[in-house]
Every structure is written in C-alpha cells, then in structure tokens.
Design a protein around this ligand. Structure first.
Ligand SMILES: [Zn+2]
Length: 112
C-alpha cells in the first residue's frame, strides 16, 4: 500500500505569515550559578543543571572546594542550604495583600 500524504494541498498553498523581528533581551543579570557570566534570564543556558549537579554532590558529602571557583562554590552551598530542611531565618513574615472582606460588607448591610 503506498504512503498517503499527511498535509493537505490547501495548507501548502497558504502564504507564510509575516514575523515581527525582535531585539534580543540585554544580558544584564549575573548567572545565578556563580560563574560570573552575564545573562538575560536567571541562569545562562545549561547552568541551572550545573548548579543542580553541584547541589546533589554537596548533599552527598563531596568536597567541591578545590574544584569550583569561589563564586560557584558559594552559590552551590547557598542553594544546597536553602532546601526544605533549612532553618527558618528569624525575620518577620512577609506581608501580603489582603483581600477586601466581602462577608463583612454583607453582614453590615444586613444589620443596617
Ligand atoms: Zn553560570
């Protein structure tokens, strides 16, 4: 049995849509892995995985002090110590926006 064509002829006849050219985002942030590279996002490409691997190695008890640069080691230790078992810092809880109490408005309207 011969292979059938998956695209329809009408779809092939449609013209391409124009694309707006975008300027790349400026690389203004320091990479969070501590390498010192500038990036437009939080990590340079692939560096989040590098940091993850370092955190796993530190958690397994490896000493990376002679392998990594001081910035990379500091970022890895910081990331490793900010897991779910960390000690909570003694600071006040973050203030959040509170919603307007809708039930109180109903109660005051019923009372009046
Ligand atoms: Zn990096």
């Amino acid at each position: 049995m011969p292979q059938t064509q998956t695209t329809t002829p009408s779809a092939q006849a449609l013209p391409k849509l124009p694309r707006m050219a975008r300027a790349p985002k400026p690389k203004t942030n320091d990479c969070a892995c501590g390498c010192g590279e500038k990036t437009a996002r939080r990590f340079a490409p692939g560096h989040d995985s590098k940091l993850h691997g370092r955190v796993l190695r530190i958690a397994a008890g490896m000493d990376l002090s002679g392998i990594l640069s001081p910035g990379e080691l500091e970022a890895a230790i910081k990331a490793a110590t900010h897991g779910p078992n960390r000690e909570e810092p003694a600071t006040e809880p973050r203030k959040t926006k509170k919603r307007a109490p809708a039930r109180q408005a109903d109660a005051s309207g019923a009372a009046a």
